[in-house]
Write a protein that binds this ligand. Structure first.
Ligand code: URA
Ligand code: SF4
Length: 225
């Protein structure tokens, strides 16, 4: 599907290109492009749908109400927000927060794909239907709906990387609905659990003498020991 793409070779060229991007009509109404943020050594990538009003204003992903919930739940599980990498399927805000159109998702795909290639995440968490559909398409896998797919781990081959994909709800859906919030929290606990096993694998690698920094995204929490 995307094997003939020319990806951005480094973060700097990716950042420079996305800032002046006009590949789809969303560039006209944006205040700021929201490429993503977090650790470039992260093992975990969280993928949302598109920037909302606050994100467009600040040029940062997940900093509005839904973002605060996401950040709070991550931190409550001992996962520092800045130790994961957070981005969206499309990098500019769709007017009125409508769902991004198919052609916008397609036009913007080069950036998400480049981010995946540069970061090489071992875990991708998809937040909501748009992100789930997109990441599953990149993994050549069937997507149905977030409620059917959520809460499980899918081993997908994405751009020649083997990735554990964990689909969950969009945090905006969990904001005002206690039942959905419980499901969202359960899924994020699963993310945390899978992170622990990734850390073990990385530790194994390190013992074989490969150099890579690790563990910085897991803060020990008292209920673990
Ligand atoms: N919703 C998203 O999908 N992404 C954001 O960055 C903020 C809200
Ligand atoms: Fe470019 Fe993506 Fe913004 Fe469209 S949404 S203008 S493709 S960065």
């Amino acid at each position: 599907m995307s094997s003939d793409r020319s990806y951005f070779a480094d973060w700097q060229s990716l950042e420079e290109a996305v800032k002046r991007c006009a590949r789809c009509a969303l560039y006209k109404s944006r205040k700021n492009v929201v490429l993503g943020e977090g650790s470039r050594n992260a093992h975990v990538m969280l993928v949302g749908e598109a920037p909302g009003a606050t994100e467009d204003e600040m040029g940062r992903p997940f900093v509005g109400a839904a973002g605060r919930l996401l950040t709070m739940i991550l931190e409550s599980l001992g996962v520092k927000r800045e130790s994961v990498y957070i981005t969206n399927v499309v990098k500019c805000r769709p007017p009125g927060n409508r769902e991004p159109k198919e052609e916008e998702v397609e036009a913007c795909s080069i950036y998400l794909e480049s981010q995946i290639i540069l970061l090489k995440p071992q875990i991708i968490v998809t937040l909501g239907n748009v992100a789930g559909r997109k990441i599953f398409a990149l993994g050549n896998n069937q997507w149905s709906s977030v409620m059917k797919m959520r809460g499980k781990i899918y081993k997908l081959n994405i751009l020649s990387l083997s990735v554990s994909v964990i689909p969950t709800l969009h945090p905006a859906a969990a904001l005002y609905n206690p039942q959905l919030r419980t499901l969202f929290e359960e899924d994020m606990k699963l993310v945390r659990k899978v992170m622990e096993s990734v850390v073990k694998e990385v530790t194994g690698e390190l013992q074989k003498g490969k150099s890579r920094t690790l563990l910085d995204y897991l803060k020990p929490s008292s209920d673990d020991r």
